[in-house]
Design a protein around this ligand. Structure first.
Ligand code: NDP
Length: 331
């Protein structure tokens, strides 16, 4: 069984040399345990924060141990009545090919007819983050003018579609023209800014949002936040989901110079961690299944094959190599 260890704490952009592929014997299961073969791994930007040794909302990854992260797998041996051989399960035991479990850290996937790996994207943490940020944090209302950064990514593309379903005007920013076309042509987004080719991010977002912004779904931070603060409408809400622009920074980054806009516009700005809202997961899944079944929510996957590719897939998140959800398919 192969697994990926973190062997050094990345400085700046993570490098392949920060990771090591290690072979171990397939673990032997005891009574009351199951042996799970992972089929799909999720790589996620938040993992970059766990590679740094510091106090945070979640403990740092240990060096020279298998990394962990979202995964979907299949029970291949079982001494546990609730998880017969063939059961599909999700867990946080990713970045390895096999693991044993007593079942306490496994969730059985419901039979939905939807591909298993959707529980790592639309029907999993990704969709739940978009839903929680929009409704619980930003208190989205019909007709709001919404702006989303990293709009073609896993979370961003969900945010765009959910806000459109709620009758909102939706604009977003992305790092390529291909991603812009996908949002405009396939997801019905109203306007898109390519932040890499514009010479003036503020003006481009202003043009994309001619009636200002009521809700900003923040995935990026940095100059995006500064530009958007100037363009927020009175009583606007900002759901601070992520700040990927800063995750590889090696020194503290300057904040926006225009924070007084928070007072002038009477803004509400709130960060959130989706795992603290997991009591809302069953209601979210019910709603998301309805949307998916009705053809109202769609998603793309960017897939790397083989566990040895997991570091490249992870690093690719910071280069914008993914359209939609970045996944690793185990072979
Ligand atoms: P994505 O699928 O959006 O992948 C990351 C994308 O971010 C890339 O494709 C890239 O797209 C964009 N990006 C990378 N670097 C930069 C940069 N310097 N400036 C602008 N854009 C950049 O990942 P997720 O959907 O999984 O996550 C999106 C955000 O949500 C992240 O910030 C993540 O940390 C956060 N998050 C927060 C959670 C929470 O509980 N608070 C839970 C899950 C995610 P492009 O080509 O457009 O640049």
């Amino acid at each position: 069984s192969r697994e990926i260890h973190l062997v050094s704490r990345p400085q700046g952009m993570p490098a392949n040399s920060d990771f090591k592929l290690v072979s171990q014997p397939v673990p032997v299961l005891n009574d009351g345990e199951v042996l799970v073969k992972n089929l799909w791994l999720s790589v996620d930007p938040y993992m970059r924060g766990r590679m740094v040794e510091r106090a945070s909302y979640i403990e740092p990854f240990a060096l020279n141990e298998a990394l962990s992260g979202g995964a979907v797998g299949e029970v291949v041996e079982s001494r546990h009545p609730q998880f017969p051989v063939g059961s599909k399960v999700s867990s946080m035991n990713g970045w390895r090919e096999y693991f044993t479990s007593t079942g306490s850290d496994l969730q059985l996937l419901p039979q939905t007819g939807i591909a298993d790996q959707a529980f790592l994207s639309a029907l999993g943490m990704t969709g739940m983050t978009a839903y929680t940020g929009l409704f619980k944090i930003a208190e989205l209302e019909e007709g709001d003018r919404v702006f989303v950064s990293a709009a073609s990514g896993a979370v961003g593309a969900m945010v765009c579609q959910i806000a459109k379903l709620k009758g909102c005007y939706v604009a977003g920013s992305v790092g390529s023209d291909e991603k812009a076309r996908y949002l405009l042509d396939e997801l019905g987004v109203d306007a898109v800014v390519n932040y890499k080719t514009t010479s003036d991010l503020h003006n481009s977002i202003a043009e994309a949002c001619p009636e200002g912004i009521d809700v900003y779904f923040e995935n990026v931070g940095g100059d995006h936040l500064e530009a958007v603060l100037n363009l927020m409408n009175d009583h606007g809400r900002i759901a601070v989901c992520g700040m990927i622009d800063q995750y590889n920074a090696t020194s503290p980054q300057p904040g926006p110079v225009n924070l007084a806009q928070i007072i002038i516009k009477k803004l509400k700005i709130q960060g959130f961690i989706v795992f603290e809202h997991w009591d809302g997961y069953p209601a979210f899944v019910e709603q998301m299944l309805q949307w998916i079944t009705a053809g109202q929510i769609r998603w793309k996957e960017t897939v790397f094959e083989g566990i040895e590719q997991a570091p490249d897939a992870f690093i690719g998140l910071f280069n914008g190599q993914n359209l939609g959800k970045m996944l690793v398919k185990l072979t």
